[in-house]
Write a protein that binds this ligand. Structure first.
Ligand code: NAD
Length: 481
């Protein structure tokens, strides 16, 4: 079967597919390395065109009744659900993630966001503030043109998570997907257009970091929402500050998953697997530091090894495949270097190993210590580090001793301890007896170096709008002279 996935053009500007005038960008199916599409980056003038088109179209979009804007988003969600299989297949070709994941996680989560924010749009209102005669009312208004910049692990979900609240609030967006996975955002542009979105409200430019930098610096851009690494986040946040632009930063992490000796062991092992190996480990919130209380450490490692020995690796388009390649051979090489570093540091490799090509099998290190590089740095691949601990206060201190703070997980049957841990852990999200569930209804985002702002939930509305105060004088004006 052909895996060709060539879009009609590389960019989408002002309601139309447009060919890029910049450098060539080949799109590979990570499993085979085959080129599935030939794209071109946006030239600097095309980034400017997209931002100008967005700025021109945005006021009329913002002036619609919110229920009309919401209806477009809800219609787009319905189209996504109708085309679920075609979209899952495209996502698998673009990312290399198993189709059994892309059918349930990627576009479906994007459709949830479009539905959620489509429904929320008409409920957003201001306040009236009485002043004993005079009064103030507030208007929550759109920011204008928002730039969205995506990572390669959940390309379509990221595009939807950013576009849905932005568009619901009356903004326009120019979105730049990751250069590794550029196809899903173009589909989203097409689907939104079919759903009735006016030209210019959702635009897509393609390219590497320099195109992202040009987008962030465009004078029309009022807000930048980035999903990416901490290093990129620091650059983009600094660049956005030049224009005092609003930012949302969804960045990396090295999250702790803490398993107490009273936990349901099979559930904890299952969560550790999901927290490290889903999407071949390419998930920002992964619980890659797995702290296991010493009394159950041997049993935990035994069950983990047994369950991992059954993993099915192969072609991600095969629905039996549970573990696919990472996004590229270059990324696999970086992960291999991390594995070699863990071995050199003296951690004990109990499963997995370097793999070959773009494949890295589920890999587990035991006998690790907190100071090791593999226990401190985000690897963004299928590599779990297991660390032993003795008691609660010790593990809280160790879990928090990191510059990151995206997520944390706790497995225990002790209700009071679960809540104490949730309060003590420095993380944007803490799961108790669960891991990596990110429903659209719940806020998601990091603390410390893992980011600023929140996606999903009603909280996201605040990050795509600003408040205007309108003061109404009801009496005369009493000037002193
Ligand atoms: P990356 O930082 O290399 O790239 C992210 C995006 O930024 C890409 O589109 C890239 O082209 C663009 N970019 C690079 N330099 C830029 C610049 N100077 N100005 C503007 N844009 C620029 O990240 P990646 O390797 O694609 O993704 C992996 C990282 O993303 C991991 O650290 C992961 O934890 C993080 N991530 C975070 C979340 C979250 O929600 N917190 C979700 C997914 C991924």
């Amino acid at each position: 079967m052909s895996h060709a996935a060539q879009p009609s053009a590389s960019l989408f500007i002002n309601g139309l597919p447009v060919e890029g005038q910049g450098a060539a960008l080949a799109v590979h199916y990570p499993y085979s390395g085959a080129v599935i599409a030939h794209l071109r980056e946006a030239a600097a003038t095309q980034v400017a065109d997209a931002c100008a088109a967005a700025a021109c179209a945005q006021p009329a979009w913002a002036a619609l009744r919110p229920v009309e804007r919401g209806r477009v988003l809800i219609r787009a969600a319905a189209i996504i659900r109708e085309r679920a299989e075609e979209l899952a297949r495209l996502e698998t070709l673009d990312t290399g993630k198993p189709i059994q994941e892309t059918r349930v996680a990627d576009w479906p989560s994007g459709a949830d966001a479009l539905e959620y924010f489509g429904g929320l749009a008409p409920t957003v209102t201001g306040q009236t503030i009485p002043l004993g005669g005079d009064f103030v009312y507030t208007i929550r208004e759109a920011l204008g043109v928002c730039a969205g910049i995506g990572a390669w692990n959940y390309p379509s979900q990221i595009a939807c998570w950013k576009a849905a609240p932005a568009l619901a609030m009356g903004n326009a967006m120019v979105f730049k997907p990751s250069e590794e996975t550029p196809l899903g955002a173009l589909k989203l542009a097409q689907i939104l257009t079919e759903a009735g979105l006016p030209p210019g409200i959702f635009n897509v430019v393609q390219g590497r970091g320099a195109v992202g930098a040009a987008l962030v610096a465009d004078p029309h851009v009022a807000k930048v929402s980035l999903t990416g690494s901490v290093a990129t986040g620091q650059k983009v946040y600094a660049a956005a500050a030049q224009g005092m632009r609003h930012v949302t930063m969804e960045l990396g992490g090295k999250s702790p998953l803490i398993i107490f000796d009273d936990a349901a062991l099979e559930d904890a092992v299952g969560a550790a697997i999901l927290a490290n190996f889903y999407s071949s480990g390419q998930i920002c919130s992964n619980g890659t530091r797995v702290y296991v209380q010493r009394g159950i450490l041997t049993a935990f490692l035994g069950r983990l090894s047994a369950r991992l020995s059954g993993v099915r690796m192969g072609d991600p388009l095969d629905e039996a495949t549970q573990h696919g390649p990472v996004v590229s051979p270059a990324q696999a090489e970086r992960i291999r270097a991390a594995i070699a570093r863990g071995q050199a540091e003296g951690a004990r490799l109990i499963c997995g190993g370097p793999g070959e090509g773009a494949f890295v099998p589920p890999t587990v290190f035991a006998d690790a210590t907190d100071g090791m590089w593999i226990a401190r740095e985000e690897i963004f691949g299928p590599v779990m580090t297991v660390l032993g601990f003795d008691d609660e206060s010790e593990v809280v201190a160790r879990a928090n001793a990191t510059p990151y703070g995206l997520a944390a997980g706790v497995f225990t049957r002790d209700l009071a301890r679960g809540h104490r841990m949730a309060a003590a852990l420095q993380a944007g999200t803490t799961w108790i007896n669960a891991y990596n569930l990110t429903p659209v209804e719940a806020p998601f985002g990091g603390v410390k170096l893992s980011g600023i702002g929140r996606e999903n939930s009603a909280a996201a509305i605040e990050h795509y709008s600003r408040l205007k105060s309108v003061y109404i004088g009801m009496g005369g004006v009493d000037a002193p002279y």
